[in-house]
Design a binder for this molecule. Sequence first.
Ligand code: SPV
Ligand code: MG
Length: 294
Amino acid sequence: MTSTSPNSVNLRKRLTAKPLLQIMAVHSPLSARLAEEAGFDGLWASGFELSALFGLPDVSLVSMSEHLDMTRRICAVSSLPVIADIDTGFGNAVNVLHTIAEYERAGAAAVVIEDKTFPKVTSLVDGGRQELVRVEEFQGKVEAAVAARVDHDFLIVARTEALIAGAGEEEALRRAEAYVNAGADLILIHSKQSNPDEIVSFTRSWDVAAPLAVVPTTYSEFTPGLAETLGKIGLYIYGNHAIRASVSCMQKTFARIIADNHMMSAQQSIASLDELFRLQGMAQVKTNEARFLR
Ligand code: SPV
Ligand code: MG
């Protein structure tokens, strides 16, 4: 069982100690535990994953309090740094002041805020409506985020959706640099191309001191090894693999049970009850019973 002191985690230090941190998407405390046990360096409290968990599209339907509550629960069970996906910040720059205070208090180590209009549309869907806010408006949001944080090591990651919106590399570079000038610690540069070309090109052209974050879902041949070779990239985020893994496992198991009309063969390929008890911390309950129940 992992310890529970999220505020002691210093993502900034980890970023300097290790060239590339591998961050797994999670949508629940249970998925957070599994990602930590597997050996990832940090957790991505993904808006896409939580939307999917709620059976909703990722189009700003999950409220801040819903995402915040899940982020708090994730932070409470993991000693890994949690990077919270706050979409467009849940309002304008004034709202961002409140958002940052809440996420920092919840125990997150960083937030990622993106330069799209509210309500946003998920980035990777074909033909998605991708509208960017004015650079000055987003700089105001980044400045508000920086002003609102209490701990200097709470990282503000500014995400530009310029490539997703088809605005091109020059615009992406212009925006990213403007966001660093507004105080962003890192830049998340997102792409939905099926190959890494535009991310490789952006990274090569990036000559600002702030490290980059990438979410290579659609260009998975861009491995952590390649990202490390290219340099400049600090965060390598697996954007949605927890929820996709759980969906395919449930689909296979449910189909097997219906097809067999019993559970006997399906049970061979799913986690045992003992494994669930371990993940839930039942051993500690037994210890506590022996110690405290009279
Ligand atoms: C998320 O996981 O919520 C993200 C990454 O923002 S993506 O869905 O690729 O936009
Ligand atoms: Mg998201």
